[in-house]
Design a protein around this ligand. Sequence first.
Ligand code: BGC
Length: 808
Amino acid sequence: MKHADIIEKLTLQEKVRLVSGDGPWHTVGFPSKGVPSIMMTDGPHGLRKQGNGETDINDSTPATCFPAAVTSGATWNRELIARMARAIGEEALAEGVSVVLGPGVNIKRNPKCGRNFEYFSEDPYLAGEMASSYINGLQQTGVGTSIKHFAANSQEYKRFNSDSQVDERTLREIYLRAFEIAVKKASPRTIMAAYCRLNGEFCTCNKRLLTDILRKEWGYGGLVVSDWGAVARHVDAIKAGCDLAMPGGSRYEDDVVEKAAQDGTLPMSALDECCDRVIDLALKGEAVRDAHKGASYDKDEHDKIAKETAAEGMVLLKNGGALPIASGGGLLLVGYMAQNTRYQGAGSSHIVPTKLTHMTDVLQADFVAGYDEKGDATDESIAAVKAAARDARVVIVAAGLPAGYESEGFDRKSLDLPAGINRVVEAAASVNDNVVVVLMAGGAVLLPWLDKVNAALFAGLCGQSGARAICDVLMGRVNPSGHLTETWPLKAEDVISEPFFAKNTKNVEYREGLYAGYRYYEKANVPVRFPFGHGLSYTQFEYSDLKVRYAAQGAHGDGAECKVSLTVKNTGDMGGAEVVQVYVAPPKDSLYRAVKELRGFEKVYLEAGESKVIDIALDDKSFCVYSMADNKWVASGGEYIIMAGSSVQDIRLECKVTAAGAPLAEAGWIKDSWYSNPAVGTPSRDEWQRLMECSPATSTPLDLDAVKKGDFGMDSTLKELAEQNKAVRCFVEKYKERLARGMNVPVDSDDERYLMAVSCTLDCALHGMVIMGGGTFEAQTAKALLDAANGKCDDRVVYDLISKLYGV
Ligand code: BGC
């Protein structure tokens, strides 16, 4: 322990207080004993610093709103992400904040996840690399980061108490891999344990996850903080290695922890270790804060970085020649979003920007709204679009998902754009051949009209100065160089996780196994709208001279070292950047694997006519698989193919390399199963269960839906209790009314803040409600509701509570 001298001086009560926060954002301080208090704030794409009076999620100190990960990730530019994160760190220094709660690296398992906009990719290597750059960049300022949400938290539906059921190989190769890369390459000062369960145990209480894998295997030396309200059982969380339970203030279970420490069921050494890490974090934070008292940052400079990141993250999806737009008149701008950029997502990452521009502020063009805030169009608005579009030289339609369609707290209902927005695009395209669609959304959407429009540009959620970046790309002042970090499917049903994603159950079966994103489409030969890695440019790039150097043992000893070099030439007449992607295809053995996997990439800028030799070092696990039988990464030898290309489907060069090691063979049954041939149907439950049984470390999946009257506990939700009991239903109605009143919206509002608040309370585990309730939802309230739903007390107890709390 680093701070035994301080810990020695703390009383048991002080230790117990130290492992929970002080209010929503601070750690507890004991100045007289040498323990300072520090502040943490969200993250990830800017600072959401809230003062004491700011309780609305959208109220915070203005800060630069950088593009969300959907856009910054699409830059594939490590240096730029680091620069952006460094700027966020500088803002944290100026605000006295010691830890920024980001980046988010959960895998985009299904485009419907409401929070995908905060995550980098469907590919763990790309997500891990981007996260490492972010962490290294931000931590250079001395401020800490919190990589989140650890782990397998890839849906919002029932996020507070569902169980992510993942076989060990899929877990290691896909859902843990980005965290592993970032932990090893960038040492994030903190890591945030997710709300959900992983294979039967809450992530916050999951010793295997937080201690055995994170600390012992990966050598992590930082602090584990819980997601806000995620600690289900504090004693078990401490034993598991969850150092800090946030937020504080409720003192929920403080007495339980104290008692356990007294009677020895919680070893004092475990509590001391958590205290040691909290103290260490606080001392580091204090030292940096003191050294930067009075620091400020350059708002204009940060706005420039936000714009540059947005510009590099723009993905040109299609171009029939309308782009770039030649200067001159005759431009028509269509769409509510042209006047009201959709530039960030809703929830805990919401930033109050320092400034904000819209396309209508920047482009010299006529304007027609076409659709409203909710994406609705009328016959009149459609007629107005047609009338204006007919004679325009180029029609630019700003389209996308309205704010209420995607958010933290709930998932998207479909992949469709609002019908009104589709109508507007169709209307413009029916009268004009030069329609350019700019898409503002947190992820993949369906584009039924794509063949009818000339060009499409995906802006993602581009941050406060994104509108200027969009216009720079449209007008050719910037050559687009973003590439997709997730596959865009043709239909929602093509997404392989769809039948098992956010379906009325807490048992979240990751039945598709390793086939996340392109790994599935490639293997099953399913056509897609746009492949992973896709992104066009106004110039062309030629690839040549691929060379590979392979050494069986890498510098770290845990994988082969492989370096690839190739020449890329800009053969067009405009300077531009290319994202060179290296995929590795495994030997054609009996092992169940993806067709090819991203193992390296580099972004390179080339003037017109220029060529450069590019060196790319591949991921050290490029020739390994995670062996479930041995519970470790093992090299699987044989003839691999190294492929260099501009997307997973646009491979330009390839060459072979023979990797050392005996080729691994799979269990016989897999050869005849869906996993070896996913082209037909979906994995059956039996097959998936057999896969789960192959991992000795993974327990048999629980059946959480089986919880009935009598068995509800603090991990149940108000919604679940209400389904069982009329008095709780009445309580819930009153609770919703109060939420709506507080936000000045109707009870059935589709306002995204209200939807998020409803899901974060009614769908929240009761322990989370008490921890986060800030005194508005007390442990006794939870107990009364639980007793009623379990049939242990008369409903009158709840009705009395309602009249006491709500005066009715
Ligand atoms: C979110 C985290 C966030 C935290 C604090 C949670 O609900 O899941 O991502 O950092 O709140 O706002």
